[in-house]
Design a protein around this ligand. Sequence first.
Ligand SMILES: [Zn+2]
Ligand SMILES: [Zn+2]
Length: 346
Amino acid sequence: MRAVVYEAFGGPMEVREVPDPPVPPGGAVVRVLATGVCRSDWHGWQGHDPDIRAFPHVPGHELAGVVEAVGGGVARWRPGDRVTVPFVCACGRCASCAAGDQQVCENQTQPGFSHWGSFAELVALGAADVNLVGLPEEMPYTTAAALGCRFATAYRAVLARGRTAPGEWVAVHGCGGVGLSAVMIAAAAGARVVAVDVSADALALARELGAAEAVDGSAGDPAAAVREITGGGAHVSLDALGSPATARASVEGLRRRGRHVQVGLLPPAAGPAPLPMDQVIALELEILGSHGMAAHAYAPMLELVSAGTLRPDALVARVIGLEDAPAARAALRTAGAAGMTMIAPG
Ligand SMILES: [Zn+2]
Ligand SMILES: [Zn+2]
């Protein structure tokens, strides 16, 4: 198959012929028809993710396509089925999986990190009956591929973890891929959204996607600005970027009994994120983590996408071919900020 590969952290990426991935027992090989370019791919390429241990490596974890082959023991899927997959693939056997919490599976795999990913014509995925999600017939692959990482992650962070209710104020710190998805989802849920970012372009996009207010994170104290706009603080606040500064600003922008949701990944290289625990107790704040979304939880989100209430396709700025992907690697770092780049290998 053709794939985007690199041989060293930070080294050149090139498209070349590599062996097809074997079909894992209980798993599937999917022919990739669309795959999103995500900031996590940049972190992986830079060596920030300890799951990447061998070279050559193929990145990519937000994908949709068609089942090419299934391994022994797979009951629910056949070649030709249209599917996507959460970026956290679960084992289906551990205590977390048994509890329905596949997003924090104890033996999780992540394509593009723990093994070769989806910047390729084919990708192998484990535990197909647990992890694959069937797509509605009319849903384009580029729309579906946008769901697996940023959109499903934002959906669960805003609704399941943040428990966002109509009329509440929701602050979103960092308007890249996850943040813009969160803005759209919170606005669709009837919340009033304050978007915070250092980029005027990102804030303009956030307004287009439903943010009622926008705060320039580079000017003054963004948490104070959020408290001012919301009359005392947000009910729900997300750090959608993942940095010590945005995590702290998110917590400091909450009102009494507010909920902070950490959804942006905090790579170890950035150091620990010190939080104002005195405020956590004084204001009875909740500090919540949100890590992807299990495949079994996709159905309500897919219905809202099919109905046009949620528009992940609105986040896709451009679609490129596999051969153009290495040239787009400079865009990895800011992936999402100027709209999503989608690769269509097929
Ligand atoms: Zn991602
Ligand atoms: Zn598991």
